[in-house]
Structure formats: C-alpha cells, structure tokens
Design a binder for this molecule. Sequence first.
Ligand SMILES: [Zn+2]
Length: 402
Amino acid sequence: MSGLLVRDCAQIVTPDGAGKVLVHEDAAILCEDGRIAAVGEPGRFAGHKGETISIHGGVATPGLVDSHTHLIFGGNRANELELRAQGATYQDVAAAGGGIKSTVASTRGLTLDHMVQIGRTRVRVAMAMGTTTMEAKSGYGLDLETEARTLQAYRALSAEGPVEIRATYLGLHAVPEGIGKAEYVAEACDRILPELANRGLVDAVDAFVEVGYFDEADAKRLATAAEQYRLALHLHVDQFHDAGGAALARVLGATSADHLEHTGAAGIEAMAESEVVPVLVPGSVVGLGLHRFPDAHAMLRAGLPVALATDFNPGSSPTLSLPLVMALACRYMSMTPAEALCATTANAARALRLGDRGSLKPGMRADLALWSASDYREIATYFGINLCSGTVIEGTPYLASQ
Ligand SMILES: [Zn+2]
C-alpha cells in the first residue's frame, strides 16, 4: 500500500445525509492518488509502506468548503465599526459614501500582483482554520478592468494551490458612480460578462438583490446572460427584507440562494421544490450587530441541504473562520454540531456544484481538516480559538507545526 495514511484519529467524521454524520472511533484513513481510499480500524492498514502522519488522538473531518467569500478587496472599513458603534446602520454608512463604494475605490488602485499577494495571505489564514476549497467573488471593481484583474488573481491563486478557488463575477454588487442603474446593468450583462467568460475567468455569476441595489428584473437579465456561458448562478437575497428572493432563486434556477435572513415560509417552500442550496452567513448578522438570523431550522425541516459560509468581506463579515461560523450557527440558529459540519462540507460543496468533495467516502477527493480535539463537537464549541492542526489537500498534508 502506498499513498498517505493518517493515523491515531480519535474520530473520523463524515456527513451521512440530511444533517447527520457518521463517526468512526479510533480509526485511520488512507489516501491514494489524491483520493480517499479507505477509512477503518488501524489494524487494516498495518502493511502500509507509504507516508504516514499521526494526529495524536485528534479528529479528522472533510476539508471545509467556504462557499461564499469576497476574498480580494483593497483597503479596510475599520472606520465603519466606529460609525456603527455610534448608531449608524449599514444603509446610513453606504449613504455617506462608505460601504461597498469605498472598497471599490481602494480596489481599483490595486495591481494584479498586489491582488494576488493580498489573496494569498487570506487563503493561508482560511486554510489554517480548516478551509480547503473556497468560492471567491469579484464585485469591488464594477468596471471591466478591475473585475477582470480580480478574477485573474483568483485564477492565479487557484493554479498556485493548494486551495482550489471557484471564481464568481459579482457584477451586480453596486451601481458605480457616474452611471445610471439601467445603463450599468446592460454594461455588466452585455459587455463585461461576455468578455470575462470568453477569457475563461468565471465559474459563476452573482447579484445583490436588495432594496436600493438590484431588483428581480436585473437579476433575471444577468441569469439569462450567464446561461449562454453555462455559468452557475448565486444570488444575495432577502438579507434586509423578505423581497421574495428565495422564490426568485428557484425561478432563475440558481445553484445557491445566499443570506436569507428574512426569508419566510413561502420562500423556504419554493426552495424545497428546487435544487437551490441555501447558503447562510451568520457572520454578517453578527458583524453588523443585527439580531435576525435566517431560519435554518425551518429550512432543515423542509429537507433543504443548508450550507454555512463566512461571507468574508471588509464591511459586514470580516472573518475567514468557518469554525467561528459553525459556533454562531449552533448558538443562534439552533443547528447541531453535526448539522453545522454537514453545512460546511457536503452541502457547501453542493452549493458550488463540486460533487467530488465534502465527504470521506472512498473515491472522493482526499481533502481533510485535522483538529486538536477528541470529539468533533468541540470544533463548534470553542470560538476565537483555532483547533485546526492542519489540512490534507488532494492527498498532500499541510501541518500547522511544519
Ligand atoms: Zn456576500
């Protein structure tokens, strides 16, 4: 037997359908040719001759998949924390020239090299907390040049590895200065998207559907344009109001509907009759000091494959920690640690149409997160403490101590 053997695992934990996990106690896991070959009791692998690592009684789970990030942006929005502490809302800050628009100004000034450098540092931070696959959105350029540069940076980072990055053109994020909304939507859908798609820079598109940003008709236009290039559709919906965004995601055949803080019963029912994966981002609720969390439980009861993501961005959710997001989901959304683990692995992979990862069944990609814990529920118990001791990506180990 060759390949990589990960041994001395107190638990090896993998999603087992509908928010449940399968726990192998005192087990080992064998990876061959970048895939999971077998999980089982250590004696089974006694003849293993290849590379072996011990995790000293820790826990192994599938590598975490962050299915919603705004990974690369320039500047920071630290001043907004102060403004919000003084009572300003997200909308007040945006109206005063802050918010997405201020990040657009800082991002347009970045060279490709600088973007790659910023992205690389952030990917390493995420990876150190168990993330092995990420989705990353553009949308802080809002012009062809900056959007293309951001997406090129994602392609470069993904090629460099080891974390694979799926790139999303978030064309409809905000209307840039000096242009009307209708004109900008036409520019994004008819000129910028075709150019990006023809250059092979995008896997998906996204729109921020919200009062004061973009509406259903705009999202529909983007979805229609994306369809020609067979790109997946993600949507930011129902974040501040229940504006029928979940139902819209169903109508437009979206792969995921993200946020959903205000989605009610009708929206949940619409998603349950479709293939839409709900991606919940409690970090952005906490980040904005708000209190209304998405109704994860109603979604789980409806049989939906609920996913959790960081929504990493400079304004509302400045975190790259999926374990923190799991901890929030267990406290504020009554998700169990098992549901939270399924939501950051198998279901998150589904939100990105990546059928080859998110569980530890033989044949799946050998992506693991390794934890200094003896019980997987500890991952969501602690917060502000990093229990991740390393990752394995396509069969190659990356240990924190190395
Ligand atoms: Zn977002």
